[in-house]
Write a protein that binds this ligand. Sequence first.
Ligand code: FE2
Length: 376
Amino acid sequence: MQTETQIPKIFEDVQDFLPINGTDYIELYVGNAKQAAHYYQSAWGFQPLAYKGLETGSRDRVSYALRQGKITLVLTSPLQAGGPINEHINKHGDGVKVIALWVDDATYSWQATTQRGAESALEPQKLTDEHGEVIISGIKTYGETLHYFIERKNYHGAFLPGFKSWAPNYRPAEVGLQYVDHIVGNVGWGEMNKWVDFYAKVMGFTQLVSFDDKDISTEYTALMSKVMTNGNGRIKFPINEPAVGRKKSQIEEYIEFYNGAGVQHIAVATNNIIHTVSELKKRGVDFLYVPPTYYDTVLDRVGEIDEDLEELKQLGVLIDRDDEGYLLQLFTKPVLDRPTMFFEIIQRKGAQSFGKGNFKALFEAIEREQALRGTL
Ligand SMILES: [Fe+2]
């Protein structure tokens, strides 16, 4: 495995006291992990990795770990009444509980962040089994979301101690997802800068870009966003807050249904968005509708692209360009019953930005969905 020392630092002004190698896993608390695992296998092509539950001696919870490329999802459900997982699901519905970060030293990561003001969620502890040991620690971030630090350099098992390898015969093919590009948090009114400061001061991140309500607004709704990144650029966390508009923004809708701040979307990268999105659509994943008129003028804005525009139009893939290149992106509808979390599929062709040129078309598409839900 590559270590932090080999990964170039690309943002020079980052304090970088907290080396992070990448996203280790994302854990969702869900009402029915078995069925959610089937969905992520069947519709998204995630491959079975590891399991813990009654059969492995876990009496209070069941977890399924699935992987595609470098993306690991963990789906966890409670096995008993009461307790923190049930409370979480009762309040938030299904949603992201843990964004786990892969580090070389989980004890130091916990010390460095708690010394700088992070609230501890989990003191460093050693988990062991016959495959070695993992050091795990954790801190709290926005809402009831946590960051865990995972040190796995002395571990050779499938996932984490406590899990057993999970190898069913049912294995729908992958759809070409490669890695987590960014994970976006929605926070409440006036809270964006508090969490931007948290990532800067407590975790040593720097601000990559900022969008105000003039950048991200339509006739009806608005939001503000700042993108925080760690030193090597492997971890990018945009933070959104609502802004005043004539109608209720998607961020307010989220906060209302999630009952607070939480993860809004997970952007996953592919190197062939046409293949990935075609496959996802075939398997029943619903994407936001992009009006065909978007494609009438898009090339005037973004210039020449390698892909066939007609194919992108068929799939509703959005295009944007910055100084470094262009990107292709597309957003699913919420993947849960509450209008909360969704996924973004992104293919970067040089561009390191986030699709600012698409914000208006995108938010108008979201407003159409909100109107159907009666939450605009
Ligand atoms: Fe995004």
